[in-house]
Design a protein around this ligand. Structure first.
Ligand code: GLU
Length: 447
């Protein structure tokens, strides 16, 4: 690590000592890009500091009225991390764990995830510490409206384009978009993505995050002379990302044998591979209970309360739930079970220690969320293109474009790793390729 990186890293540690997720994601990234950060221009322009801290951030109160008439208050955030290559772009998360640290880490990851999609989008993230669990549909709508009454002044199709994340699905995007339209008086389609198909959404957007992860895994398998046919995938979560993974995996001949929630995991040896099962995942999500056990009851499979799926043997592990869901013990289990591929869907799903262990082990090939998790935002960017064309592409067209975007992210990551003498390190390769693209864009635009 050169002196400049060490100084940037030390400053961050001092300034953001109380923001653990943000620090974790930035520190990991600084380690990855170190081999490519020797250019003296970077220090002269203080480029690294400008790349690891957000350009701006907004915090606002979100008061709303529950069904009993009581007023409740939550905290809303929007971090506009980087506009180096296009308007700010990234999801909104509604979950009680949302803090300034979490939105900053998400905005940081999003910036470098978006960079290699080949589409001109910067990076952002936002959300609120609102807990959708147990809330009625009307409460969700009122919350989304109040949230948008504060957010609307910061967003727009050429400024910042939010989308969904945990707790924000197509229903919430509908309410948010409806509120945006009323308060601005404009049907500005590409001010939000993840919209419904009847009012400007893109085909494949809901499933895109999971589809992209499976496409990325397919390229990794191909390099080893293998394919998805007959593979057993260990997947966590049961939300949007996992749902897309199950569908694309089944289509390409693999089987997802686990799903998980905060309550434990289910093991389905036949695979989550039937329309009824996909639909039930959606039903569980919209029940607002955040539990996966009902899947076991419905389909007569085993449920393991309080456990994580990483103890189940399989060919590939795909964490698709949330940050830091996989720790060192879990990583040891994956290696002991002979799992050969580790492909991230969720942002920063492994703790720093777990990631180090997996990356350095010759027994498992690894891909990071900034590459393998970028299918969702890639189709969001395609949704913006369709909105500006006042046109919509067929399912096949969008899925085909998604597949080729994932493939070019894979190629760029593998090539950058090779160029810097890092072998087949897709995580470092991806971070380096994105770093180079954003730094060039920043240098070209001056201060
Ligand atoms: N939260 C999603 C992601 O991490 C969506 C971002 C978007 O579509 O703008 O990619």
């Amino acid at each position: 690590m050169n002196d400049y990186i060490a100084r940037v890293s030390e400053n961050l540690r001092r300034q953001y000592a109380h923001e653990p997720e943000y620090l974790q994601s930035v520190q990991a990234w600084l380690d990855m890009i170190a081999p490519a950060a020797g250019d003296p221009r970077y220090e002269r322009l203080d480029l690294l500091t400008r790349m690891v801290e957000p350009e701006r951030m907004f915090t606002f109160l979100v008061p709303w009225q529950d069904d009993s008439g009581k007023i409740r208050t939550n905290h809303g955030y929007r971090v506009q991390f980087s506009s180096a290559i296009g308007p700010y772009k990234g999801g909104l998360r509604f979950h009680p764990s949302v803090t300034p640290s979490v939105v900053k880490f998400l905005g940081f990851e999003q910036t470098y995830k978006n960079a290699l999609t080949g589409l001109p989008i910067g990076g952002a993230a936002g959300g609120a510490d609102f807990d959708p669990r147990g809330k009625s549909r009307r409460e969700i709508m009122r919350f989304c409206q109040s949230f948008m009454f504060s957010l609307y002044r910061y967003i727009g199709s050429d400024t910042d384009v939010p989308a969904g994340d945990i707790g924000v699905g197509s229903r919430e995007i509908g309410y948010l978009y409806g509120a945006y339209k009323r308060v601005t008086g404009r049907a500005e389609s590409s001010a939000l993505t993840g919209k419904g198909l009847t009012y400007g959404g893109s085909r494949v957007r809901q499933a895109a995050a999971g589809f992209g992860t499976v496409y990325f895994l397919a390229r990794m398998l191909e390099r080893q002379g293998e394919s998805l046919e007959g593979k057993r995938l260990i997947v966590s979560g049961f939300g949007n990302m996992s749902w897309g993974v199950c569908r694309k995996a089944a289509e390409l001949g693999a089987k997802v044998v686990t799903l998980s929630g905060p309550d434990g995991y289910v093991y389905d040896p036949d695979g989550v591979a039937a329309q009824e099962k996909y639909d039930f995942m959606v039903t569980m999500r919209y029940s607002g209970e955040d539990r996966v056990e009902p899947y076991a009851e419905k389909f007569g499979v085993e449920f393991f309360p309080g456990k994580k799926p990483w103890e189940v043997p399989g060919d590939a592990a795909l964490p698709c739930a949330t940050e830091n869901e996989l720790d060192v013990e879990d990583a040891i289990l994956l290696l002991a079970n002979g799992v050969r591929y580790y492909v991230e869907g969720a942002n920063m799903p492994a703790t720093a220690g777990a990631l180090k262990l997996l990356r350095l082990s010759p027994k498992i090939l690894t891909a990071g969320a900034k590459a393998s998790g970028s299918g969702g935002v890639a189709v969001s960017a395609l949704e913006m293109v369709q909105n500006s064309l006042r046109y919509s592409w067929s399912r096949r067209e969008v899925d085909g474009k998604l597949r080729s975007i994932m493939s070019s992210i894979y190629d760029a990551s593998a090539a950058a790793a090779e160029e810097y003498g890092l072998g087949y390190d897709l995580i470092a390769g991806n971070d380096i390729a994105a770093f180079k693209k954003i730094s060039e864009a920043m240098i070209a635009q001056g201060l």
